[in-house]
Design a protein around this ligand. Structure first.
Ligand code: AMP
Length: 302
């Protein structure tokens, strides 16, 4: 990997990395295309990373489709696929704390959303992404909005550790009915697959509600400003979220969280403030499948 990338660099070429766990789909392909627009060579890593799966999660069952993945990569003119096994990445020793010399401890950005329901997950993600950055030494790396907390954490890691890589975000690619593409969608039964678009529908309804509230509060505020008073932000009522959670629960979803958080700290927002960006994010279990999704929202007055 090093020898090849060093050769590219000597020729003055830019290198982009798209880290994946394989079972590639249109979401991954879109990241590869975005990578191609930002670099001369695209490297895709395919590695089902054991350190980011907790006990009882789906590490064993996770779909592994390397031959099909390689076909996709060939079609997308990927220069190199890096598909190590766990021994190659971590040595033959156990690869989780306390055996490691170094363990990430993540600050408040992992306190909400997926952090509490997947203890150790983001530590595992940051460990493997850090190793991949060191192995591939890319100029730019692309991650999907679908895993938005992961994106914010990786970008923050790059900033805090002065890693010489630009961390870009690719948009979430969806099925025609709105369900976000995911390697885990193959676990869904036919009945669950029919219900799954309800996630994105719920997110959109909450976003529309907040957009309306922002506009009408701005209109009220401009009236008040004319009279000499002003408001700072729009309170987020919890009833809109609880209505959506109830609707999902009635259809058989177990909701792990449904939250509005600010960016980039990912802290719960009780008030949304004009000019600031937020994430509305959800995680559920549907049968034995864990699904996540999110939409971005900025509080605008028009
Ligand atoms: P995974 O293979 O699921 O670990 O994902 C590898 C990369 O693809 C991550 O940066 C994900 O955020 C991204 N990704 C997964 N699903 C999608 C999607 N539907 N749209 C865009 N990016 C995605």
């Amino acid at each position: 990997m090093r020898r090849i990338v060093t050769g590219w660099r000597k020729e003055g070429k830019r290198v982009a990395l798209v880290p994946t766990m394989g079972a590639l789909h249109d979401g991954h392909l879109s990241l590869m295309r975005q990578a191609r627009q930002n670099a001369d060579h695209v490297v895709v890593s395919v590695f089902v990373n054991p350190t980011q799966f907790g006990p009882g999660e789906d590490f064993e069952q996770y779909p592994r489709t390397l031959e099909a993945d390689l076909q996709y990569c060939r079609k997308e003119s990927v220069s190199l696929v890096f598909a190590p096994d766990a021994a190659e990445m971590y040595g033959n020793t156990a690869h989780t704390a306390p055996q490691n010399v170094l363990t990430f401890r993540i600050s408040k950005m992992a306190e909400h959303l997926c952090g509490p329901s997947r203890p150790g997950h983001f530590e595992g993600v940051l460990l493997v992404v850090n190793k991949l950055f060191n192995i591939v030494q890319p100029d730019v790396a692309i991650f999907g909005q679908k895993d938005i907390q992961q994106w914010f954490l990786i970008r923050q890691m790059a900033v805090e550790l002065d890693l010489p890589v630009d961390v870009l975000m690719g948009p979430t690619i969806r099925e025609a009915d709105g369900l976000a593409r995911s390697s885990r969608n193959v676990y869904l039964t036919a009945d669950e697959r029919k219900k799954a678009p309800m996630l994105f529908e719920a997110l959109q309804r909450v976003r529309q509600y907040l957009e309306r509230r922002c506009r009408s509060t701005a209109a009220e505020a401009s009236g008040r400003a004319a009279k000499g008073t002003a408001t700072m932000g729009v309170p987020v009522t919890s009833s809109i979220i609880s209505e959506e959670i109830e609707r999902l629960q009635e259809s058989g979803f177990q909701v792990a969280y449904f939250s509005i958080v600010d960016t980039p700290d990912l802290q719960p927002a009780d008030v949304v403030t004009p000019g600031r960006d937020y994430v509305i994010a959800i995680a559920v279990r549907l049968g034995k499948t864990r699904l996540i999704d999110n939409v971005l929202f900025s509080c605008k007055d028009s």
